[in-house]
Ligand binder design. Structure first.
Ligand code: PGA
Length: 241
């Protein structure tokens, strides 16, 4: 794992966007893996800026998002489909037909999830996957558990995740309790991974990810076994390293 520590959240986003720009320029048809949440917003702002300056185009990009809530519609203001459009896709020249955000409410969950993984593989795999990290060490919505998950699947969210994300919903009861998420196996197939974390609330998870044993109790620790990971932190998130 390569670890980079920055003074500001904006610098973190700029650095991540520079790596993504490099990947986009090195491929005819880049496959980008996107994450939602507060963390990647400065990265998306930096990518939008690069697009406006004419440095990058998303015309030939295919995107795959990590996860989506169950029970809410994709047009709901709190869906990750909406998040990605508001924070990135609506501001760049990506072709909507190349946008993939998991469906939160598929008719046949098992078949749908298998199909999502197959689509990624058919495209040749994710070139660069962006990740945030939960306070409990989750990546995507892979919550701490007794074993590492493989492909995309439907997950029960833990109380820690509900606590962290309920602020986006009118009240705790409105927050979905389940999600469709890429599995750990899906994430680990990405050729390159950028994990971002800022703020003191992430310091324990970052410590366990980097210094702890590789264990499904801290799902992000599996990244110790990936050959190409850049961890981008601010000083507060890095404070326990
Ligand atoms: P956050 O979420 O970026 O909103 O902190 C990260 C995550 O839960 O993976």
């Amino acid at each position: 794992m390569e670890i980079k520590i920055f003074d500001t959240y904006e610098q973190m986003g700029q650095f991540a966007a520079d790596i993504i720009e490099e990947t986009m320029k090195s491929k005819d048809k880049p496959i980008l893996g996107f994450a939602t949440g507060a963390t990647p917003i400065s990265t998306y702002n930096a990518l939008i800026e690069k697009y406006r300056e004419g440095k990058i185009s998303f015309k030939s990009v295919t995107s795959f998002n990590l996860d989506e809530y169950c029970t809410i519609d994709r047009d709901d203001k709190n869906s990750y489909y909406t998040f990605m459009h508001e924070n990135l896709f609506n501001h760049v020249d990506i072709d909507e037909k190349n946008v993939n955000v998991p469906c939160g409410n598929p008719e046949n969950v098992v078949e749908y999830c298998k199909g999502y993984d197959n689509s990624i593989e058919k495209m040749g795999g994710v070139d660069v996957q962006i990740l945030g990290i939960g306070r409990n060490g989750h990546i995507g919505f892979n919550e701490p558990s007794d074993s590492f998950t493989m492909g995309t699947y439907k997950v029960e969210l833990t109380q820690s995740t509900i606590e962290a994300n309920k602020i986006y919903f009118p009240n705790e009861d409105a927050m979905p309790r389940q999600a469709i998420t890429m599995g750990i196996g899906t994430i680990m197939k990405a050729k390159k991974i950028i994990l971002l974390a800022n703020g003191e609330s992430k310091a324990h998870a970052i410590h366990d990810m980097v210094k702890g044993d590789v264990s499904p109790k801290c799902p992000a620790s599996v990244l110790q076994n990936h050959p190409n990971v850049v961890v981008i932190l601010d000083k507060a998130a890095a404070s326990l390293l």
